[in-house]
Design a protein around this ligand. Structure first.
Ligand SMILES: [Fe+2]
Ligand SMILES: [Fe+2]
Length: 264
């Protein structure tokens, strides 16, 4: 496989941001729309640990490469959350453990039952479930990286731009892992291809749905991806996805934007 998991694990570092001049936000603060989108992304990053918990009850945990990746990946996403929380804190917006916990309590039974549901479903599917997990992961990481790239373009704040470009560079490694895995597990496996198509078409929603309110999802998708430049990013994601073995013709992300009437 093209992705060297040992090298990834050895070279992984917590996101660096101590060298960035966060004091500049005091004199040159970010506008409200950027802050709202950052808040959304921060929530997603901190929610990664719940996603990890859900996946540890599936057949994915028995795969050595996948479980190594998820351990390191979870730590990297945690530091993305910490960095964004620090930017928000400089604007008087507190996102700490208490806020994240409060949100999970609000999610209530849905959140508490999700590992159980995941475990039952995935163990029935067996090994092909990992193909679903890897393809789903690739699609989410493509979306997240595109989101950070758009944020870097939309914001003209040099500190934020540098920070989100650093985050996007780590997201690119996550893409490489998931996409490599997905390609290998879908190749010459019509059963896995059918399962992945079914799972994505019936259950996939843009990253952050289910964690944030539909109102926030709508706002962030419009903020980041409306207009021709945004659409270019979205179409590229759908193109990457539909190039995976057996997934030709899937157009999930553009459909999700159309359903929310995000202007092209
Ligand atoms: Fe991240
Ligand atoms: Fe990521």
């Amino acid at each position: 496989m093209a992705f060297d998991i040992n090298r990834y694990a050895e070279e992984s570092e917590a996101l660096r941001y101590e060298d960035l001049d966060f004091d500049s936000f005091a004199t040159d603060p970010l506008p409200p729309d950027i802050l709202r989108t950052l808040h959304y992304m921060c929530d997603i990053e901190f929610h990664t640990v719940c996603y990890l918990r859900d996946m540890l009850v599936t057949p994915s945990r028995k795969d050595g490469e996948v479980s190594t990746f998820m351990t390191i990946w979870n730590r990297e996403e945690f530091w993305h959350g910490e960095a964004l929380a620090e930017v928000l804190a400089r604007h008087g917006i507190a996102i700490g453990f208490d806020q994240v916990k409060a949100r999970r309590i609000k999610l209530g039974w849905r959140d508490r039952l999700s590992p159980v549901r995941q475990s039952v479903l995935s163990n029935v599917m067996g090994k092909d479930f990992i193909a679903v997990h890897m393809t789903w992961g690739a699609l989410n990481e493509w979306s997240t990286a595109a989101g950070y790239r758009r944020l870097a373009t939309l914001s003209d704040h040099p500190v934020l731009t540098t920070l989100v470009r650093r985050i996007a560079a780590q997201e690119t490694k996550h893409i490489a892992f998931y996409a490599t895995q997905a390609r290998a597990r879908l190749a010459d496996n019509p059963k896995a291809q059918r399962l992945v198509r079914l799972a994505l078409r019936t259950a996939w929603q843009p990253v952050g749905s289910g964690v944030s309110s539909e109102e926030d999802v709508q706002f962030v998708l419009s903020h980041l991806f409306s207009g021709p430049e945004g659409r270019k990013e979205i179409d590229a994601i759908d193109r990457h996805l539909s190039k995976l073995p057996g997934l030709a013709g899937l157009r999930l992300v553009a459909d999700a934007l159309d359903a929310r009437e995000v202007a092209a």
